[in-house]
Ligand binder design. Structure first.
Ligand code: PHE
Length: 451
């Protein structure tokens, strides 16, 4: 079965693909800005602890279910179901998962389109085409639609090539490029005046904040989004891993790469904000808080680059290129979720499934753009704030409660006969059964009622 549905060719290929999915706008944009406004190193510390103790076990649940079933989320959850009720609920969770993955892709494509247009704007500026650069960086319907479509065409192009030729090949090419450009940027920005101030904010913990429940919730949400949990992405990538592979180890590698890149991105974005301040750019809001979210990426950083002359143009190009790559290796993993389901459930060819679903997502993205004020924030909140935690909770319930424990452990043992003697073996089953579901529910409750 596995051979007809595609399989990653090597451990490196899988780790690049899964880390590519995990490392996205969430790491390079979301994490540093949250760290900036939530106590710097205190946020970093809480994030590190939560990522390893909670997000990693939840990631393992998806990888293990996926590898066991060698199938998409719907079939995988059905396979481990023990009765008609769990069978039905499993089907529903899988189907909602792929719809949510498609919805995440539709807003992600809009933001990623902006990254591409800002990247091209640096080129236009370099060649002295100021009018073009201005068009590329100003918020307009034509620009938004055009670059959203360009980004979706790239995503569709890669996914239509399949698991090895598409996902694995492109992730293995783009991820090292991403790491190198990120490190080059960090090294450069840290030499600029004002950078040390930013480093201090990042590295000196404000422990009073570390104990606040709001910070813990923010860090957890960030870790779950960042590891692409809850929508079946990691489950489907897990289903393409060979039975000889040691799952706890590869899952650990993916978590480590994901966290490492978020932490390194912090060394870029926080110093850059303070370099901007040093160069006279406003980085605080009227209430005295640090500017974050879209204002940071699309206003503060471009203003900073503008104060840096030719170097600013080069840095800007590399920065937005890096963001576009990060977004692309994540978006392909989102598209693979509905595509795999459609191929396996309805017997369509990969190309037909990819083009059909790609068009549907483009239409949905365009609808968001046309109703930007009402829909954009709504779709983000619905998918990341509500759907991801509930679906993540359901995956843990299936791995911890529905699936028989001895079968789960057998699956873990497949590529790692020594696993019985490890801490993972002793702790993980309890984590996924009790700790993860309870904590995910707590985040969800907080995001619903905690404001
Ligand atoms: N992990 C991606 C990021 O950090 C987002 C993502 C969410 C990817 C869900 C796939 C599925 O940007």
């Amino acid at each position: 079965m596995a051979s007809t549905r595609g399989e990653f060719s090597s451990r490196f290929g899988f780790v690049m693909a899964a880390a590519g999915s995990a490392v996205g706008l969430g790491n390079i944009w979301g994490f540093p800005t949250q760290a900036a406004s939530n106590g710097g190193a205190a946020f970093l510390l809480v994030y590190l602890i939560l990522a390893f103790t909670l997000a990693y076990p939840a990631l393992m649940a998806e990888l293990i279910i996926g590898r066991h079933a060698h199938a998409n989320a719907v079939n995988a959850l059905r396979l481990i179901s023990t009765g008609p009720a769990t069978h039905k609920i499993g089907t529903t969770v899988g189907v909602i998962g792929f719809i949510v993955a498609g919805m995440i892709l539709s807003f992600y494509a809009i933001v990623a389109g902006w990254m591409i247009s800002f990247c091209l704007a640096s080129l236009a500026e370099f060649f002295g085409m100021q009018a073009v650069a201005d068009w590329l960086t100003s918020f307009g319907m034509t620009r938004n639609l055009f670059f959203m479509l360009i980004f979706l065409v790239l995503t569709v192009g890669i996914i239509s090539e399949g698991v090895r030729e598409g996902i694995e090949r492109w992730s293995a090419r783009l991820m090292p490029l991403l790491l190198v450009s990120l490190i080059l940027l960090v090294l450069y920005v840290c030499t600029l005046d004002g950078a040390m101030e930013g480093l201090k904010v990042y590295l000196l913990p404000d422990f009073e904040r570390a104990l606040s429940p709001k910070l813990i919730i923010a860090a957890l949400g960030s870790a779950f989004f960042s590891l692409s949990l809850g929508v079946g992405t990691m489950l489907i990538y897990g289903s393409y891993i060979s039975d000889e592979e040691n799952l706890p180890v590869v899952g650990g590698l993916v978590t480590t790469v994901d966290i490492m890149i978020a932490v390194i991105a912090g060394f870029l974005v926080l110093p850059a904000m303070y370099v901007a301040l040093h160069n006279g750019v406003e980085i605080f809001t009227a209430s005295g808080a640090l500017i974050s979210e879209d204002t940071l990426i699309f206003t503060v950083l471009p203003e900073l680059f503008a104060t840096m002359g030719l170097a600013g143009i080069v840095v800007s190009f590399i920065f937005f290129f890096l963001m576009s790559i990060a977004a692309l290796t994540s978006s392909i993993s989102m598209l693979e979720v509905p595509v795999a389901y459609t191929i396996e459930e309805h017997g369509l060819s990969r190309k037909t499934a990819v083009y059909g679903i790609g068009c549907a997502i483009a239409v949905f993205s365009a609808t968001i753009l046309v109703n930007f004020e009402t829909l954009f924030g709504l779709v983000i909140a619905f998918t990341t704030r509500y759907s991801q935690p509930i679906l993540g909770f359901m995956f843990c319930v299936y791995a911890g409660w529905v699936w028989q424990r001895d079968k789960v452990l057998k699956e873990v043992q497949k590529g790692s006969p020594q696993v019985e003697h490890t801490l993972f073996w002793k702790i993980w089953p309890w984590y996924v059964k009790l700790v993860c579901p309870v904590v995910i529910l707590a985040i969800f409750a907080q995001s619903l009622w905690g404001g």
